[in-house]
Design a protein around this ligand. Sequence first.
Ligand SMILES: Cc1cc2c(cc1C)N(C[C@H](O)[C@H](O)[C@H](O)COP(=O)(O)O)c1[nH]c(=O)[nH]c(=O)c1N2
Length: 217
Amino acid sequence: MHISEQERDAVYKTIFSRRDVRSDFINKSIPEDVLKRILTAAHHAPSVGFMQPWDFIVINDKVTKQKIKHGFEQANSVSKKMFTDDQQQAYQKLKLEGILEAPIGICVTCDRERNGPVVLGKTIKAEMDLYSAVCAVQNLWLAARAENLGVGWVSIIEDDILRNALNIPAEIEIIAYLCIGYVTHFKDKPELESAGWLPRRSVDKAIHYNKWTPKVK
Ligand SMILES: Cc1cc2c(cc1C)N(C[C@H](O)[C@H](O)[C@H](O)COP(=O)(O)O)c1[nH]c(=O)[nH]c(=O)c1N2
């Protein structure tokens, strides 16, 4: 199947305008068919040995979200103290989640035992199932952007909070908690860039030919 120039441009537009959304969610529900499309896109991610190790828990219950928000708050206050005094000042101004504002949350999990103990492509590097589940997250993130839905990844939370709130057994790995919803707008730049936390690194510094070479940050 040939991809036209216009279709190619739409893919790049989606990639470059995707944002991690925390503060711009609006109170508008996501139609079932739209949700199904983005989850189907996630489900079509590449996976080691075609293992498809992911599951998607859709959270729309307020009490459950409140438990998760509380878990974030606890983890965030611990996290803040890990930074230098100057960084702490900047850190506390950042909004790092939209758990209650987003109409739904999606927890992406990884069943490491799916399809048995020996998996094609995972025989030497056991962590490949986890990376596969992250590929599903990225597919979801981009599909959501193409649907004009914002997504925010919340990783400042202990797994046990999500396990208890969402009934996730110990043998299932937690990959991501995502907040999803329609937004007032998509910001032009990452919030951490606008806030002066870190600049975007030049792509040329990330590209190496033939061997890894140390480069300035
Ligand atoms: C694995 C992982 C985990 C997190 C994130 C991302 C990823 C990939 N990001 C979002 C992150 O800050 C953001 O992607 C970068 O700042 C770049 O911004 P854009 O995504 O381009 O808007 C994120 N953001 C946030 O506000 N709270 C969080 O806990 C996390 N956790």
